[in-house]
Design a protein around this ligand. Structure first.
Ligand code: NDP
Length: 247
């Protein structure tokens, strides 16, 4: 029987590859995002359902609940990114006066909102609909272990908050894990901030000698949502070609 899979931020990059993966397996897939165009393009190509939603905004989230099914088997909290790329400023520079502090606070909170609050809010909103035996998978980042300002802090917070979630959902047979990518090519993540030199540096840091692909992450998400992974919960699964290792 087909499962119902909700993928936040599913119109581009990792979310889109994940949506394609599950759709190809015959699952019922719903994707969300703030821009309609990439979502409806994907919906046309694959038959997934698309809903516009800003997952940092409780009102926007509450507004789409009536359009979502009563039961969700797999929730992928993928929406996010480094909001410093969009603000176009470096929050760690400046004079430290009031204006700078206001700007710094706004920039820091934007990353917490985009990557941590969005996942917590979405999970809270859907808690009652998560099916027994299901899975919640968040997308973290190698930045949680290696730094990257408020973005890294937001992803580290996501991994820590997930420990509580795993304990909360465990008795219902629902797992909660983080997939933590290293550098993944073919996404909109870096906007136009990734220089050739930086890309080469990121690839050189891997043991595999290549960038990750959105399909690499989709495969890890699919595994954590599969029957084979029912006793794996509260974990961070690093998918980074060996750029950062744990043991
Ligand atoms: P993309 O920018 O391509 O994908 C992010 C998606 O999230 C977009 O479709 C965007 O659509 C959506 N999104 C962002 N904010 C919101 C929001 N508030 N509400 C709803 N949707 C939102 O990049 P990736 O595919 O790379 O990013 C996916 C995840 O992977 C992110 O959490 C990112 O932090 C993480 N990651 C990526 C890495 C990489 O190298 N690419 C490395 C490590 C982690 P829209 O703007 O229309 O809302």
């Amino acid at each position: 029987m087909s499962r119902t899979i909700l993928i936040t931020g599913g119109g581009t990059g990792i979310g889109r590859a994940t949506a394609r993966h599950f759709a190809e397996q015959g699952e019922t897939v719903i994707v969300t995002g703030r821009r309609l165009q990439p979502l409806s393009d994907l919906a046309q190509q694959t038959g997934v359902r698309a809903l516009v939603c800003d997952h940092t905004d409780p009102q926007s989230l509450a507004g789409v609940l009536s359009a979502l099914p009563e039961q969700i088997d797999v929730l992928v909290n993928n929406a996010g990114g480094n909001t410093d790329f969009d603000s176009g400023t470096d929050p760690d520079t400046g004079a430290g006066d009031e204006m700078e502090l206001v700007r710094y606070a706004r920039a820091f909170r934007a990353n917490l909102d985009a990557n941590l609050i969005s996942a917590a809010l979405t999970t809270k909103a859907l808690d009652g609909r998560l099916a027994a035996g299901g899975a919640v998978v968040h997308i973290g980042s190698i930045a949680a272990d290696q730094g990257a300002g408020s973005y890294g802090a937001s992803k580290a917070g996501l991994a820590t908050w997930n420990l509580d979630l795993a304990r909360l959902l465990g008795p219902r047979g629902i797992t909660a894990n983080v997939v933590s990518p290293g550098y993944i090519a073919d996404t909109e993540f870096f906007r136009d901030h990734l220089t050739d030199e930086r890309r080469e540096h990121l690839v050189a840091g891997t043991a595999t000698g290549r960038a990750g692909s959105p399909a690499d992450i989709a495969g890890a998400i699919a595994f954590l949502a599969s029957p084979a992974a029912r006793h794996i919960t509260g974990q961070v699964l690093n998918v980074n070609g060996g750029a950062h290792t744990t043991r």
